[in-house]
Design a protein around this ligand. Structure first.
Ligand code: PHB
Length: 391
C-alpha cells in the first residue's frame, strides 16, 4: 500500500513538474520616445516562440506578462520589474529598449535572483551591473569602434553628434578610439538632448566646421528620421559632408520615411533586414507572413527573436523546470550558428552577445531604400569596451 502511494505521489509530482508555466515579465516601450519600437521586440519574441513551441518539454507553457515602461523612464521600469517579481512571481525578465531602464532594474535581478534577458539596451556597462543579466542585442562599442577604424581609412576629419545618454556616450567614445587610432582627427563633438533636440542648430555648427564626415548616434525610430531631415535641410550633403553612424541611424523600419536623403549613408551594424543570408530571408518571409506583406523587421525585432531563442534553450535544457542559476549557466553556453544576423554566441565571461558586424550602405533596391550589406568588418566581435578593459 505504502509503495503504491509512493508511486502515485511520484507520478503526481512528475505531472505537476511537467505542467510548468514559465512566466516572462516582458518590459518594453510602447509609448513615449520611439514607442513604436516595443512592438518590434515583442513580435520578434512571439514569432520565435510560435515557430518553436512544439520543441518545448511536454506540458510546458510560456506566458508573456507584457508591460509598457513608457520610454526612457527608469523609475517606471523599476516599479514594473518589482511588481512582476514580487506579485506575479515571474521566472525571468526580458526586453527593455533603453539603457537607463535596464540599469534601474539590475539591482532587483541580483537581489531576487531573477534572470534578465536584454533584447535591446546597448550601453556596455549594463551587463556588469548584475550577474543575472545576459544580453542578446548588441553594444554600441561593437558597431561604433569598427566604424571608427573603417572611417579612418576614408576620411581625415570627423565631427561626432550623439544623444546625451549611455549608448550615445559609448558610441562617441568607441568611434573616437577607432578613428584616432587609425590616424583620423576629431574636429568637433556635441552631445545633444535625448528628447526633442533642435537638430537644425547643431547641423549648422557642423556644416560651419567643414568636417569630411559626420558620425551620428541617436536612438532608432523617429529620432533617426529627424536627424536625416535636418541633415538635408541644412544642406550638409551638398556641402560634401558624408553621414555615417552605427546602424541605429538608418534603422530598417524608418528608411522609407527618411526618403532619398538616406541614400549613400554608410553604417556598421549586426543586422539588416536586407541581408541575403538564407536564415535572414527565411526570417523576413516568416515576419511578413505573420504580420503583413508590408511589414519589415529591424534590429530590435531580431533582438527579441534571438533573445527568445536563448530563453527557449534554457527552458528546454531544464526540461520545463526553471532554476535561475542553472538558467544563467545555460545562457552562457547559448549559441546559434544560424541567426538571421549570422552566427551568434554568448561570451560566458561577460554574458554579452558575440556577433559579426557588417558595413552597410543605404541603396535603392527594387524601388525601396535598403541597408545593403557590403562587407563583414568584424567576425565574432566581443564587446570591445570590455576587451579593452582587460588590457
Ligand atoms: C539604449 O538605450 O541602450 C538604446 C536605445 C536605442 C538604440 C540603441 C540603444 O537604438
Amino acid at each position: 500500500m505504502k509503495r503504491i502511494l509512493f508511486v502515485f505521489a511520484a507520478a503526481l509530482f512528475a505531472q505537476t513538474a511537467a505542467a510548468e508555466t514559465i512566466k516572462i515579465g516582458f518590459i518594453s516601450s510602447y509609448s513615449g520616445l520611439n514607442g513604436n519600437l516595443g512592438p518590434y521586440m515583442e513580435r520578434g519574441a512571439r514569432l520565435y516562440l510560435k515557430q518553436h513551441e512544439k520543441e518545448l518539454p511536454p506540458g510546458t507553457k510560456v506566458e508573456f506578462l507584457v508591460r509598457d515602461d513608457t520610454g526612457v523612464n527608469p523609475d517606471k521600469a523599476k516599479q514594473l520589474a518589482q511588481e512582476l517579481i514580487v506579485r506575479d512571481k515571474v521566472n525571468l525578465l526580458a526586453g527593455v529598449i533603453f539603457t537607463p531602464n535596464a540599469l534601474a532594474m539590475a539591482p532587483l535581478c541580483t537581489e531576487a535572483k531573477v534572470p534578465f534577458v536584454i533584447m535591446n539596451a546597448g550601453t556596455s556597462v549594463i551587463t556588469t551591473k548584475s550577474p543575472y543579466i545576459v544580453r542578446l542585442s548588441f553594444t554600441l562599442w561593437q558597431s561604433s569602434y569598427p566604424l571608427g577604424e573603417w572611417a579612418a581609412k576614408h576620411f581625415k576629419k570627423a565631427y561626432t553628434m550623439v544623444s546625451d545618454f549611455g549608448p550615445g556616450i559609448d558610441s562617441e567614445q568607441a568611434f573616437d578610439k577607432g578613428f584616432t587610432a587609425g590616424g583620423g582627427q576629431i574636429v568637433g563633438s556635441v552631445r545633444v538632448p535625448l528628447q526633442n533636440p533642435d537638430f537644425a542648430t547643431y547641423m549648422q555648427k557642423v556644416k560651419d566646421s567643414k568636417p569630411d564626415t559626420l558620425m551620428v548616434f541617436v536612438p532608432a525610430g523617429k529620432t533617426a528620421t529627424a536627424v536625416m531631415k535636418a541633415f538635408r535641410e541644412i544642406g550638409l550633403g551638398s556641402a560634401g559632408i558624408k553621414l555615417i553612424g552605427p546602424g541605429d541611424i538608418t534603422t530598417d523600419e524608418e528608411l522609407q520615411n527618411m526618403g532619398d536623403v538616406a541614400l549613400g549613408v554608410t553604417t556598421v551594424h549586426h543586422y539588416s533586414a536586407a541581408a541575403t543570408r538564407p536564415a535572414n530571408k527565411a526570417f523576413v518571409a516568416a515576419w511578413k507572413k505573420e504580420y503583413g506583406a508590408n511589414e519589415t523587421p529591424n534590429f530590435v525585432a531580431v533582438g527579441g527573436y534571438d533573445g527568445m531563442a536563448a530563453i527557449m534553450y534554457a527552458i528546454e535544457k531544464q526540461n520545463g523546470k526553471w532554476d535561475p542559476d542553472r538558467a544563467m549557466a545555460l545562457f552562457k553556453e547559448f549559441k546559434d550558428p544560424n541567426s538571421p544576423r549570422g552566427p551568434i554566441s554568448i561570451d560566458p565571461e561577460t554574458r554579452d552577445v558575440v556577433q559579426n558586424e557588417y558595413l552597410r550602405e543605404v541603396r535603392k533596391v527594387g524601388g525601396k531604400l535598403k541597408n545593403v550589406e557590403i562587407e563583414t568588418v568584424g567576425t565574432a566581435v566581443k564587446d570591445p569596451w570590455k576587451e579593452l578593459q582587460k588590457k
